[in-house]
Design a protein around this ligand. Structure first.
Ligand code: HXC
Length: 255
């Protein structure tokens, strides 16, 4: 049975996986609705520190073309994935995509809605939509240019060509490339590192980066200064600095 799994690991690491291998994890309404339900769970989980998106063999080969083929304009709006992807992007904890195999179209857009992308050497990424007479409709035309610049985004979106992990790394589409059999391990290693840092500081850093990139530099710096100073009201700031001075490991309390 196709579906979406949310698994809890140590240290507050959560793993979200799509399980529809017969269609290379292509995304249909049911799968995306399940992702939405899992996001409800993640939002409520006060112990969550980092989310990894990882599916076996293929990250996701895009939206389900067979389910979309006969849509009219209204049907296409109902099929659209952006409300769920926006909720994923707005999660307060950091999110990491671990990409093996194909991440195409709506699958690549899913990865773009996370904070960090790690790809396997054999991964293939891109936006094949123009071959189908459409363009990316779940954040691709908006998030890709902000991430890699308009010129690279236009190259990918206009040509529909899938790129290798190495080329994606050069463009800044992914953060790092590792051997295929190390993708999950590397994402887990990074998630573990994030999970052991001061959780309030990590969450607020994400918020300031995301809000700050939509502002001019002056307003962004003001936001940063105000939020930075507020961290000195937290128990975790006292613990982090006292632990440094005492030459011991900090024990953060998430407050
Ligand atoms: C529905 C898909 C699918 C997809 C693969 N499959 N991708 N079904 N939608 N996006 C199915 C195939 O039909 C096939 O099913 C099975 O998965 C295996 O795929 P093959 O094509 O046989 O595999 P292969 O030859 O290895 O080719 C892999 C591939 C190719 C290059 C990734 O499958 C492909 O081009 N897929 C479509 C990729 C794409 O265009 N994605 C963008 C979609 S539009 P059967 O039953 O025949 O065995 C989009 C818009 C997002 O994402 C907008 C937001 C809503």
């Amino acid at each position: 049975m196709a579906g979406v799994r949310l698994t809890k690991k140590d240290d507050g690491i959560l793993v979200l996986s799509i399980d529809r291998p017969e269609a290379l994890n292509a995304l249909n309404r049911g799968i995306v609705d399940e992702i939405d339900e899992k996001i409800d769970e993640i939002e409520k989980d006060s112990g969550a520190r980092c989310l990894i998106l990882h599916s076996d063999k293929n990250f996701a080969a895009g939206a389900d073309i067979k389910a979309m083929a006969e849509c009219d304009e209204e049907g296409a709006k109902a099929f659209a994935f952006s409300p769920t992807y926006n909720r994923l992007a707005a999660l307060r904890i950091p999110t990491v995509s671990a990409i093996e195999g194909y991440a195409l179209g709506g699958g690549m857009e899913l990865a773009l809605a996370t904070d960090i992308r790690i790809a396997g050497e054999g991964a293939k990424m891109g936006f094949p939509e123009v071959s189908l007479g459409i363009f990316p409709g779940a954040g691709g035309t908006i998030r890709a240019p902000r991430l890699i610049g308009a010129a690279f985004a236009k190259e990918l979106i206009f040509s529909g060509e899938a790129v290798t992990a190495e080329r994606a790394l050069q463009m800044g589409l992914v953060n790092r490339v590792v051997p295929d059999d190390r993708v999950f391990a590397e994402a887990y290693r990074l998630a573990g590192k994030i999970a052991r840092r001061g959780p309030v500081a990590v969450r607020r850093a994400k918020e300031v980066i995301d809000r700050g990139t939509a502002m001019n530099v002056e307003s962004g710096i003001e936001l940063e200064a105000a939020e930075w100073a507020k961290l000195f009201n937290t128990r975790d700031q006292k613990e982090g600095m006292q632990a440094f001075i005492a030459k011991r490991k900090p024990e953060f309390e998430n407050r």
